[in-house]
Design a protein around this ligand. Structure first.
Ligand code: AMP
Ligand code: GLY
Length: 429
């Protein structure tokens, strides 16, 4: 098979690495890819993966390339092309593609769509209202005593969520999004949710329209600095499994959230084939949904794919064909961790083009795999080109020793301004 992967982050490098190991695959492209994706070779044929310089949101360019190159399967990493309808366009052109269609992508691309869906299907979530009028929004925030979360409806790079503890904070958040357009058109409408208290966890599931297969548990670290200090980021590290979700809580999440979500999709004719990645709050009154994402998490994917024993191409094929329920998806019970090395300043402004050393040395250590994220190559020299630059992953018997080996590997890698959190997984030990 010929496989095209779309995207350029750490998640996509992990996808390329895993897909390249499939006995079904003979050659691969990644669009646009990064310095790491271009270093992978397809196990079966020894062929190097080829980066194609087409952006993940250039749907016309991607479609033209696919019609020419004829991949047997295209796999989509990021949320934006899914929300733009890449799956619908490829399918209309007779191309086989894995990921959610535009209708299903609304679970992530519109927070109001998700909230209304949950209300229709009795899925536990925060009390909420949706608004495009400032005065009505402020009145609702007052009814919650200002303890609320104000969210831009649309995609805002994970930044469109403002947590408020007072009426003054809520008023300001509402004005910032609706009037000052702090998140652009994504904030033409807002969702205001009550502020939920509890422990936050997330889940991942492969879906095929009629069934789902849950992944093992994992935990991401969103804040930039140790001790969950600093700004929110895309994710500074992850580990799996996490002890912070008991099997009772997992059962409750299945029965109260995933099952009604799936039957709701079926009842409404939403053909959901891809990843469902819900963010949950474990409250005193049971699990409640904070948000739905409709793609793999980053850096969760880097952690998960190192634990996945089953051929991922077979899973994608079964997900497209609606055959997931007859598949046995196997995960290793080892610990898996990812430490993200970021550019100084991230998630705010940061420099690019810094030479990186030591990646190959780190990669050679036992049980280590370094995934590239914001990197590019110039004259054979890897350079930084993004905020999250590398994800150093390790697998091992137990969490502590696995973390130790990942942190040992990070010592080999350096570039000007590099920083990472030193407490990934610490709370679980
Ligand atoms: P979201 O992108 O909707 O998941 O929101 C980003 C982050 O804001 C979440 O990971 C939570 O930490 C926090 N958050 C979102 N909604 C709520 C809520 N209703 N109550 C408390 N925290 C929330
Ligand atoms: N790790 C957070 C995300 O992918 O949204």
């Amino acid at each position: 098979m010929k496989v095209l992967v779309i995207g350029s982050g750490g998640r996509e490098h992990a996808l390329v690495w895993k897909i390249a190991q499939s006995p079904l695959v003979g050659s691969m492209w990644c669009a646009p890819g990064n310095a790491g994706t271009a270093l992978e070779t397809v196990t079966n044929t020894g062929k190097q993966v080829e980066n194609v310089a087409i952006g993940a949101e250039d749907l016309d360019g991607l479609l033209a390339f696919a019609l020419e190159a004829r991949p047997d399967l295209t796999v989509v990493g990021p949320d934006n092309p899914l929300a733009l309808g890449i799956v619908d366009r490829f399918e209309s052109a007779g191309l086989r593609i894995w990921g959610v269609n535009q209708q299903a992508a609304q679970f992530e691309s519109s927070k109001i769509f998700s909230q209304d869906f949950m209300n229709r299907h009795g899925i536990p979530t925060a009390e909420a209202g949706s608004f495009d009028n400032t005065d009505e929004a402020k009145a609702f925030a007052r009814s919650l005593d200002g303890k609320c979360v104000v969210k831009a409806d649309g995609l805002a790079l994970g930044k469109g969520v403002l947590i408020c503890h007072s009426i003054e904070e809520a008023d300001k958040a509402i004005c910032d999004i609706l009037e000052e357009k702090a998140f652009g058109a994504a904030g033409n409408k807002i969702l205001i949710q009550e502020l939920l208290i509890g422990r936050e966890v997330s889940l991942h599931a492969f879906c095929d329209g009629t069934s789902y297969q849950l992944f093992p548990t994992s935990q991401d670290h969103k804040r930039a600095l140790d001790g969950d200090q600093g700004l929110n980021t895309g994710g500074m590290g992850a580990y799996s499994p996490t002890p912070f979700l008991t099997s009772e809580e997992l059962d409750a999440a299945k029965a109260q959230i995933l099952d009604p979500w799936l039957s709701g999709c079926r009842a409404e004719g939403i053909n959901y084939r891809g990843i469902l990645y819900p963010g949950l709050m474990l409250t005193e009154k049971g699990p409640k949904v904070l948000e739905f994402n409709s793609r793999f998490g980053d850096p969760e994917t880097q952690v998960y794919l190192r634990k996945l024993n089953t051929d991922i191409v077979e899973i994608f094929e079964a997900s497209i064909d609606g055959r997931l329920s007859s598949m046995n998806v196997e995960w290793s019970d080892q610990s898996s961790v990812c430490i993200v090395i970021a550019s100084g300043g991230y998630p705010e402004a940061y420099a690019k083009g810094k030479p990186i050393t030591g990646i190959a040395e780190a990669d050679q250590l036992p049980n280590i795999k370094v995934f590239h994220a914001g990197t590019k190559t110039e004259n054979n020299q890897p350079l930084t080109s993004g905020g999250r630059v590398l994800g150093v992953t390790a697998v091992g018997k137990e969490l502590q020793t696995t973390l130790d080996s990942a942190y040992e590997a990070t010592k080999k890698i350096s570039f000007d301004g590099a920083y990472f959190r030193s407490d990934i997984g610490a709370k679980a030990i």
